[in-house]
Design a protein around this ligand. Structure first.
Ligand code: F6R
Length: 365
């Protein structure tokens, strides 16, 4: 049941505020993150970890890349993120001092399951973050944290990306507290902001009209470049993936600082550049990348923060999201990119909920 929406994807985009809310429910106690009901970790076990490996595919990998930044900041663990099909074959420093986290919406992705078996065999403590209780992955790991996003029907992952980021952030704040990587004041400030997120997500989804308008202008372009730095780099990757998979338009996501190392050669007036540029600590640097793209005559679409008037003199189109702490910006900035991909695909007459060549769970290697 599409609940009155024209596609499951649009319905699921609209459910994202509720997904963040249900991910947080019962996991925040007295202003602090508490996952002890779901994770029966002893203080000894938690203290024994040196590194944290996160392993996933596709959109789940991008959610992991977002969380890597928060985990590196709020915990003292050595954090790395790998694509499952690579992790399982490389010589990994995975051992009993490793907490290995496997992020998979379906819990049935062949490479993620295989990677878990490798890590487990090397002695790692394995945690699954999945939307499906009783999935193969969930049955094999030591611990599971559920997304509580409800079933996702659209092949393109949207609300489960939101759910994965929510749960990974809860894990980051919980580990930060248990291992003493974060001060109590910082923790309560972040938890407060986390509690505000469902409202800000809803406010952002409600701005759909401006993305439909943007899609009207750009739906016939052949190539797009998506740029971002820091927390916004994985958002750029995810924005490009959404556009590729549902509208079959070529799009590349790049770290903004890497543009001059190659992809800038692609730019001209035919290639729009979508820059994810919230008001954060890297803002000025990303602005300089916008100027570089502008000098090549690329149409500039800036995805920034409400009230950022400076962007007007840099960009041809400005889309904004409400302010949030730098660490939480991906929860908001990804939404206009999902909506943009949706509206481009719709204009191009694509089969949005069932894109060609793709399956909801990838059970082959
Ligand atoms: C993209 C998409 C895929 C999945 C990937 C992993 O919209 O849906 O890239 O994210 O196949 O799937 P899970 O999370 O089920 O392991």
């Amino acid at each position: 049941d599409k609940g009155g929406y024209s596609h499951f994807m649009l319905k699921e985009i609209n459910e994202q505020g509720a997904v963040v809310r249900s991910s947080l429910k019962g996991r925040i106690e007295g202003g602090r993150v508490d996952l002890s009901d779901e994770l029966q970790w002893t203080a000894e076990t938690v203290a024994s970890w040196r590194s944290l490996h996160i392993v996933a595919c596709g959109t789940s990998y991008y959610a992991s890349l977002v969380a890597e930044r928060a985990l590196s900041r709020w915990t003292d663990l050595d954090v790395r993120v790998d694509i499952a099909s690579e992790y399982r074959h490389r010589t990994v420093r995975t051992d009993a001092k490793t907490l290995a986290v496997f992020v998979s919406q379906s819990g049935e992705t062949a490479d993620t399951i295989a990677a878990q078996r490798v890590a487990r065999g090397l002695g790692a403590h394995c945690l699954a973050i999945t939307n499906v209780r009783g999935s193969t992955l969930a049955r094999e790991v030591h611990d599971t944290l559920l997304l509580k996003a409800g079933p996702e029907i659209g092949v393109a992952a949207t609300k489960t990306f939101m759910g994965q980021m929510s749960v990974l952030y809860l894990l980051a704040l919980y580990l930060g507290r248990l291992r003493g990587g974060i001060t109590a004041a910082e923790e309560s400030r972040l938890v407060e902001e986390l509690n505000q997120l469902p409202y800000k997500v809803e406010a952002t989804v409600a701005r759909e009209e401006s993305l439909s308008e943007l899609a009207r202008i750009y739906a016939e372009r052949r190539d797009f470049l998506f740029l971002g730095r820091g927390y916004s780099f994985p958002v750029a990757l995810e924005g490009a993936l959404k556009l590729k998979e549902i509208s079959y338009v070529h799009a590349e996501g790049y770290a903004a600082g890497e543009m001059k190392h190659g992809p800038i050669a692609l730019l001209d007036e035919k290639v729009p550049v979508i820059t994810v540029i919230p008001r954060d600590s890297l803002y000025e640097k990303t602005l300089s990348n916008i100027l570089e793209a502008k000098a090549r005559k690329s149409p500039i679409i800036a995805l920034g923060t409400d009230g950022d008037d400076l962007l007007k003199s840099y960009a041809d189109h400005i889309i904004t999201v409400p302010w949030t702490d730098e660490a939480f910006t991906p929860f908001l900035t990804v939404i206009p990119l999902q909506l943009f991909a949706y509206h481009v695909a719709k204009r191009r007459g694509c089969d949005i909920d069932k894109p060609r060549n793709l399956a909801k769970s990838v059970t082959v290697e």
